[in-house]
Design a binder for this molecule. Structure first.
Ligand SMILES: Cc1cc2nc3c(=O)[nH]c(=O)nc-3n(C[C@H](O)[C@H](O)[C@H](O)COP(=O)(O)OP(=O)(O)OC[C@H]3O[C@@H](n4cnc5c(N)ncnc54)[C@H](O)[C@@H]3O)c2cc1C
Length: 483
């Protein structure tokens, strides 16, 4: 008999959360703390979604998306998770850039960036100040017509080097481009510039373990290996889910599954207005990634001066199409030193990440796919040699992931690393107007993606869900008392 991963579930829950990415986990925890009964269903055998890791023989643990997030994570984790989680967030102090235009190190905050722009790039101090103030004052309700390119043209006309310094890390952090609305750049850039780039000490495995413990404490019914096949409606409202062949009733649903999958597969477009479906069809998915994971032999350490995050590029100029091309010119290296996981034997690991297009990998035959992965590993080792001399002799394990890998493990269409482009946010927020009781929380619209964006979106949506359940129960009590 196959194992029943839904054994002993309740017949009904206040909320079912579909997916255990950071938004799903946070929504589930927040709602359970608010006193709601919550079932969390994750199709994979691990919680965390893109916030994940894998282990390989020799004691190597690779993090997939733990490269850096803004300081806001400390506040969000303290408020919506635990002090232990918040206290484990530490700064990455050595962020490096190395490309044909410039090579520099920075702590990646406003003071340091201002100094660099004024002293190394000769930008007038008043312009730098005005740019930072403009970026910091941006919010979601501002003009969405101005693009990031127009913003840069206004402050730094003709300065491709300045644009590269300001844009390259953000493109890496959330896939945004010069053509995206300036607010999607300004908000994320200012979040980082407030205090720099942070990471989680102990690695993603420790974070997710601590989150799982807190979910259990909050009373969330956590189930892995549970693939939700259908969201069922009654009179247009949420009624239940069907997962692993079982139907479970609920008052409300938070889908942390990909936005498009939620609308078109889990619910079905016949349940939405025509205009809403047109808007949803127009939503563009964000790009995907390739990664090369490299673990050094146990006695081989990388000196910490090498940097924490290194944005390296051989391209003469910054261009989005070059960043996405299979002909790779840009790589972002994350260096994990022994203090990332202070317990156990000291280890140094490197993860090289590059933004990528799904179709470049999906179109390959099995043999071509294998060869392309091998080529990516080889060319990355060649490129890393510049920063880690003799790396080939010193490396113990090398492995590659592609957009197909991300799709396989998270079900994200096109293996999208950062959800959807900007327009996805309005569609995600409009779902409950279409299907009462149904909410979406997860990487959308650039602003709500990344670790911090996903956690914060989970909180926002859980508050909406709580109000919805409260309102519906008041309405049904009033209906009962008038009978
Ligand atoms: C290579 C890479 C590097 C990144 N680097 C960074 C970084 O440095 N900093 C940063 O802040 N962010 C980074 N990110 C982005 C960040 O990891 C994501 O934005 C964030 O983790 C997404 O969280 P989410 O809540 O949207 O859910 P996701 O992580 O997308 O998870 C969704 C979950 O839903 C589950 N699911 C889907 N459908 C179903 C179903 N039908 N039934 C049950 N379960 C389902 C999936 O299995 C998955 O677990 C990176 C991402 C990638 C891929």
């Amino acid at each position: 008999m196959p194992k029943d991963f839904l054994k002993d579930t309740q017949d009904e829950y206040d909320v079912v959360v579909i997916g255990s990415g950071l938004a799903g986990l946070t929504a589930a925890n927040t709602l359970a703390r608010q006193g709601r009964s919550v079932l969390l269903c994750e199709q994979h055998y691990k919680l965390g979604g893109m916030a994940t890791w894998f282990k390989r023989p020799g004691g190597h643990i690779f993090d997939i998306s733990l490269h850096g997030f803004p300081i806001g994570m400390i506040k969000s984790c303290k408020r919506y998770w635990t002090r232990e989680i918040a206290d484990s967030i530490v700064q990455l102090k050595n962020i490096r850039f190395d490309n044909p235009m410039f090579s520099l190190s920075t702590t990646f905050n406003r003071d340091d960036f201002s100094q660099l722009l004024i002293q190394e790039f000769n930008v007038p101090e008043a312009t730098v100040k005005e740019f930072f103030d403009t970026a910091r004052s941006m919010n979601f309700y501002d003009d969405q017509g101005t693009t990031t390119k127009q913003l840069f043209d206004k402050f730094f006309p003709g300065r491709e080097d300045v644009v590269r310094l300001l844009m390259e890390p953000i493109t890496y952090a959330n896939g945004s481009t010069l053509e995206d609305p300036a607010i999607s750049y300004g908000i994320v850039f200012s979040n980082f510039m407030s205090k720099g780039v942070f990471t989680f000490q102990g690695g993603t495995d420790r974070l997710i373990k601590l989150m799982h413990e807190d979910l259990k404490k909050s009373g969330v019914d956590v189930r892995i290996n549970v693939d939700v096949e259908k969201i069922n409606l009654e009179n247009g409202r949420v009624q239940s889910i069907t997962a692993n062949g079982k139907t479970i009733k609920c008052k409300s649903i938070v889908s942390n599954s990909n936005l498009k999958l939620t609308i078109f597969d889990l619910v079905g477009e016949q349940h939405f207005d025509k205009k809403f479906i047109e808007d949803a069809q127009e939503v563009r998915l964000n790009n995907s990634s390739t990664q090369v994971y490299m673990a050094m032999k146990p006695d081989e350490q990388i000196p910490e001066e090498t940097g924490d995050l290194l944005f390296s590029s051989a391209a003469p100029a910054f261009r989005t199409d070059l960043l996405l091309s299979r002909d790779i010119t840009s790589r972002t290296y994350s260096f994990y030193y022994p203090q990332t996981r202070p317990e156990g034997r000291p280890r140094s690991l490197v993860v090289s990440s590059t933004n990528a297009r799904f179709e470049d990998w999906a179109k390959l035959s099995e043999d071509e796919y294998k060869a392309s992965k091998a080529d990516l590993a080889e060319t990355t080792l060649d490129a890393l040699e510049k920063y880690v001399p003799n790396v080939r002799e010193r490396v113990d394990h090398v492995e590659v992931s592609t957009p197909k890998t991300f799709q396989r493990y998270t079900k994200h269409a096109l293996g999208s690393s950062f959800g959807t482009k900007f327009e996805g946010l309005a569609v995600s927020r409009a779902i409950p107007e279409q299907v009462p009781g149904l909410y979406h929380a997860g990487s959308v619209g650039i602003i709500m993606s990344g670790w911090l964006g996903a956690i914060n979106y989970g909180v926002i949506v859980s508050n909406d869900v709580d109000s919805y359940i409260m309102k519906s129960s008041t309405q049904s009590q009033l209906a009962d008392s008038s009978k």
